[in-house]
Design a protein around this ligand. Sequence first.
Ligand SMILES: Cc1ncc(COP(=O)(O)O)c(C=O)c1O
Length: 367
Amino acid sequence: MINPVLAEMAVYPFTRLEEERRRLLAAGVDVIDFGKGDPNEPTDPMIRRALVDALPERAPYPLAEGLPELRQAATGWLERRFGVSVDPESEIVPTYGSKEAIFSLAQVLETDGRVVAFGEPAYPVYERGALFAGARAQTLPLRRENGFLPDLDELDDDVALVWVNYPHNPTGAVAPREFYDELAAAAERHDFVVGSDEAYTELWFDEPPASALQAADRSRVVVFQTLSKRSSMTGYRSGFVAGPPEIVAALKAYRPTVGTAPQEFVQRASAVAWNDERHVEETRTRYRAKREVLIPAVESRGWEIVASGATMYLWVAGPDPAELLERGIIVSPGEMFGPSGEGYVRLALVPTLEECERAAAILREVF
Ligand SMILES: Cc1ncc(COP(=O)(O)O)c(C=O)c1O
């Protein structure tokens, strides 16, 4: 009765962490949760105000193409941030966060029976989108010695779509700009589409990371952006896709069927968010403060922080997640993101600064 793809799928990894959290809370444990990557930072009051002000007496069905003011805010931001010129009419479509759009890309491309490739360890949606589309999934191990970049020579001959995600969840690795030129050139040679999930480009602590849109040839590059992490707006569900007109048109045609156009009041608040950088700088400052508290405490235990140059994550070699759990500290075991994650844990820097200080004190205790 049930679609076998769904029936055979493992429990979504974060569902398991949530169960663990509830169990500890019920047992009266003072939990500090570094598990799920859902920012606890406040959404800027200016954005919340814009949402309230945009709430109409009656909200009609939103259109898949989205509001011009949001598409223009997105292209203006892309121009300022990455120096790329993108057409708001034909190359942008607003999305309901980026997750559903990432899932949808495999559905709108010709992937049935062909290969969809993605790095591993990984965010689980690339694979799930591929399997629901009837594609075969190819995982490309992301190795530390390669800077957690995929080896493009390992790609299957029948590859239709290649996913990349830099800055990378879970390792926090950043791709150099030249990587996107190489990837786009490979896409042209082997006739595949590049899906670049750029959810974390704004959470950086050193140099601002590059975008796949900066590749010399972006005719096969589809970029997924979101306000979830940049503006701490996960619950608003707001992002956009920037890509070649043919693929953007396909997404616009597909999306009304699944009803994923974002609410117009959310779109109006989102335009305000894309047009402002001050709150993003403040967000980076908050994460920087948490990193300054946690990094020395983690290192004081002799554990190694690997990659982790950007994103809200620390990718740590060495700790035993069960041992940390006993002390009320929830982390994600690395293998949750794929077999190459074994031996690592991921800390999402979502607890408050005070909680991070408490966790740092626990880590400095002898155990
Ligand atoms: C790598 C990556 N991509 C995409 C997303 C989706 O974010 P959203 O759907 O909130 O835009 C997440 C969320 O955690 C993520 O970690």
